[in-house]
Design a protein around this ligand. Structure first.
Ligand code: AOF
Ligand code: ZN
Length: 364
């Protein structure tokens, strides 16, 4: 196995931690001796063994003189686990091949420096782009202390998310909805606005795919939504967070929600009586450990996230039908000139049954 194949395998192993390791990054590790794999490991769960520890423990022979391939720089600090760089030094490995360095201020190059000063050969940057993409949530979290934001839209060919009468079930295919459920299993939270909560009463759970349910975040500035909504009353309701104005965060309505088991988060309002989205995100990150969030609608919420330039990744599921005078995905976003248009970079496209799934990322 060459270093590219080994790093691809490390990335595959790292993926197994999806949904369970946040706020930590996803890390996988392969140990090679004479180009053959002698050990493999991954970070399975927050607080558990690091990938390198598991790979060493699983090795079928001594790792002395081996090459360790890992998608993230080995850590150099004592956290929930002892430093992996020291573990590799103690086990006398010969070489460490790394995808990207760890931006965590507690590590930030120290892991590499420790390895080098112990005489271990280090190669950095193998499949760098793939490694950065896998841990894009973690990289954003460390840089901005806020969650990575994915916006998802299910629309017609002409960019409508519902008819003029508000009918939206279903524009996209079942296949697309399966992919959306997979995406839900990968993020810490999904977010919708008040109108969507009221109109669709969605469960926002993972049902058509394998994985754990995300937290559900509902924006409801004045706490006007009824307690009978599924997100407030089903068995998963303790994982629902309602974001409202600070003015009503201790009101009777808020107390009723809390009694029902729902969490209430008070945030500042803008002059237009909507919630300050930047604050919503930072508070979700700081007080609710939300490292990644998928905004699922509706048009007003999607427009506001774009207006304030808060979207890191945009997923468009486009179904082959034309609605015409329906409701447009971003109908309240004001763009007087093309220069003001929100720019994204093409990342990929795939077909989802009869639909087209386009992935774009924020243009830097
Ligand atoms: C590694 N290998 O598999 C992971 C690393 O509290 P701890 O001990 O789990 O440390 C978490 C930090 O360690 C995390 O923020 C990131 O900087 C790094 N993650 N490092 O060498 C791993 N998961
Ligand atoms: Zn470590």
């Amino acid at each position: 196995m060459d270093k590219i194949q080994a790093m691809s395998r490390a990335l595959q192993l790292a993926m197994r931690g999806t949904g369970y390791v946040a706020p930590n990054p996803r890390v996988g590790c392969v140990i090679l001796k004479n180009d053959l794999v002698i050990g493999e490991g991954w970070h399975k769960k927050y607080g558990d063994l690091h990938a390198e520890q598991m790979a060493i423990e699983s090795s079928i022979e001594s790792v002395e003189g081996s090459t360790v391939v890992v998608n993230l720089e080995p850590c150099s600090h004592f956290g929930k686990q002892p430093p992996c760089a020291q573990l590799l030094i103690d086990n006398k490995v010969a070489k460490v091949i790394i995808g990207i360095s760890d931006p965590n201020p507690l590590v930030q190059g120290n892991g590499i420096a420790m390895l080098k000063s112990a005489g271990i050969e280090v190669e950095l940057g193998v499949l760098e782009n793939e490694c950065a993409w896998l841990n894009r949530f973690f990289l954003k979290n460390v840089k901005n202390t806020s969650p990575y934001v994915i916006a998802k839209i299910g629309q017609s060919l002409d960019g409508c998310i519902s008819t003029i009468r508000g009918e939206s079930k279903w524009i996209t295919s079942e296949h697309s909805r399966t992919i959306v459920h997979q995406m839900r299993a990968e993020v810490d939270a999904v977010l919708i606005g008040r109108v969507t909560a009221l109109k669709d009463d969605p469960e926002l759970t993972v049902r058509f795919a394998v994985g754990r349910n995300p937290k559900r975040v509902i924006l409801d500035t004045n706490l006007s939504l009824p307690l009978s909504l599924k997100a407030f009353s089903d068995s998963h309701r303790k994982e629902t967070i309602v974001c409202c104005s600070k003015k009503v965060a201790n009101s009777r309505k808020a107390e009723n929600l809390k009694i029902a088991g729902v969490q209430v988060l008070g945030v500042s309002e803008t002059s237009e009586n909507s919630l300050l989205l930047h604050e919503v995100l930072v508070e979700l990150y700081k007080s609710h450990q939300v490292t990644s969030i998928m905004v699922e609608g509706g048009a007003l919420v999607l427009s506001s996230f774009l207006q304030f330039d808060l979207v890191d990744e945009l997923h468009m599921f486009t179904a082959p039908l034309v609605i015409g005078n329906g409701k447009h995905s971003f109908n309240t976003l004001y763009t007087p000139t093309l220069a003001d248009a929100r720019k994204f970079v093409y990342k990929g496209v795939s077909s989802c049954g009869d639909d087209i799934h386009i992935i774009t990322t924020r243009s830097l």
